[in-house]
Design a protein around this ligand. Sequence first.
Ligand code: E4P
Length: 220
Amino acid sequence: MKFFLDTADLAHIEEAAGWGVVAGVTTNPTLYARTGGKLADFPSHILRICALIEGPVSAEAVGETRGEIVEQGRELAALDSHVVVKVPTTIEGLAATKVLADEGIDVNMTLCFSVPQAILAARAGAAYVSPFVGRFDDISEDGIARLAEVIEAVSLYDFGHTVEIIAASLRSAHHVTQAALLGADIATVPFGVLQKLIKHPLTDRGLASFAADWEKVAKA
Ligand code: E4P
């Protein structure tokens, strides 16, 4: 499983890039809004992310019609070869994905919540499909069980092109563990979750005892 960072925060991306484990970045309008960025600065912001990360950077096309999504998608894809156009899993999104994919533009279909949505996204030509987990948990449903269904269903078919499942809306180390065990191709995680993933109390305890024993060696 690869790790993507689910943020538009440049400081967090720069910091996590240095850890050597971040294979890509996913952004969305909410994540960009959190940076305080202006609409006009969005393209340059995406370019700055691309300069920090050697891998796919999802930037969302925010249009209502297939024409608007395609137009924005083309503009975003033209920014940098790493840009993946994020498109909502709707009828207009499907139609736009087909056009963009036929032009050789990688699409990440987002806001996917069901098996049929995921299969349709893959059929339309999406290179990435993003089933959301945490938003199911938010409404007292089992997001991991829904993710498992999508991974299993997509794995049953040949779509004629590579389709990678991005486990999205992950909010905890538990979500990431389950996504890994289910065979998700990618987990996209907020910076805070990525920080928590490497922590373990036994690692800390082991380090403390090694340090204490090494001090004894130094004094001997
Ligand atoms: C995925 O690409 C989305 O940006 C993200 O995972 C949504 O997460 P949330 O449900 O925590 O907002």
